[in-house]
Ligand binder design. Structure first.
Ligand code: ZN
Length: 301
């Protein structure tokens, strides 16, 4: 298993599987970032803000997907960021008395900057630290959010999320068990955040290609053995993306950087008409529920 996998297996990646329903409805079909981009962001910012004391919060525009809470400043001012965690695609800045919950939505990004760097358009929130640096949230489309919760894992946005895909809890046996009553397409199962958290359209397409499973195959018609293979490939594709993204970490301190987004080496996603990397047949695309599904009809059954 790749180093990224081990790094993610931390006790803070708690999960709750008592419910499984899709609560998070992105307005666009292929929202970025997915889990690897959020994890790269976490690794990029953590060394710069862990242990730093929050001096103040500057909110230039509170109107994100949900309003930035008015009480945020009073909750965190004067407190240290004890650790930077992640649950699914949520970043959790633990301040000891609770956590700042950050979701990057579709276009959000975070940068570490010196306090004297003036804000640009769409730089909605700064978390200012007392030694001169700040964490700046930039989000042109404003589908992300910055919230606060005493117990973040019990927050309504997080409490019903399925297991982390890189956690041991997520394996073939789990997928097989949970799929027995589901007759929808297997790709839909992978993208249901109540089943497994943080897998979006891009990595669902890629994992199914690697596993040789047709994305539109009914979830309850797939064997335990094939689910074992699929779960392994979900982990593999996420690990590869995290490892690849590590090369962009330096960008988190650049004022003009675009952190968290990097050139993914994708096999089928976005490759309609191009040759399949395995059999050289043409990659096909189908649109279901406003999402594009890419696959090789020869290699995926
Ligand atoms: Zn093929």
């Amino acid at each position: 298993m790749c180093p990224a996998y081990d790094a993610l297996r931390q006790p803070d990646h708690l999960y709750d599987t008592e419910h499984s329903y899709l609560f998070y409805d992105y307005p666009s079909p292929d929202a970025m970032p997915e889990l690897p981009e959020v994890e790269i962001t976490r690794r990029g910012i953590a060394p710069h803000i862990t242990g730093r004391e929050i001096e103040r919060i500057i909110v230039r525009n509170p109107r994100l997907r949900w309003p930035v809470p008015v009480r945020l400043a009073s909750k965190v001012t004067g407190r240290k960021v004890e650790r930077v965690g992640r649950r699914a695609k949520y970043l959790l800045l633990d301040t000891g008395n609770g956590s700042i919950i950050i979701h990057l939505g579709m276009s959000g990004s975070l940068r570490i900057l010196n306090q004297n760097v003036p804000p640009n358009h769409h730089d909605h929130v700064d978390i200012v630290f007392n030694e001169g640096s700040l964490l700046r949230y930039h989000d042109p489309r404003r589908f992300g959010c910055i919230l606060w919760a005493r117990h973040p894992l019990r927050h309504k946005l997080l409490r019903n999320l399925g297991p982390e895909p890189l956690h041991d809890e997520f394996d073939g046996a789990y997928l097989y068990r949970i799929s027995r009553t589901r007759s929808g397409p297997v790709k839909q199962l992978l993208m249901n955040s109540g089943v497994v958290s943080g897998i979006g359209n891009i990595y669902a397409n890629e994992a199914l290609f690697l596993a040789g499973i047709h994305p539109l195959r009914r979830a309850n018609r797939i064997s335990a053995e094939r689910y074992q293979y699929l779960a392994g490939n979900v982990k593999r594709v996420l690990c590869r993306a995290i490892t690849a993204g590590g090369t962009t970490l330096r960008d988190f301190q650049k004022a003009d950087g675009n952190p968290g987004y990097f050139g993914l080496s994708l096999q089928v996603y976005g490759k309609e008409g191009e040759p399949c990397p395995r059999c050289s047949g043409a990659i096909k695309r189908r649109t279901t529920q406003q999402r594009s599904t890419y696959y090789c009809a020869h290699c995926q059954r």
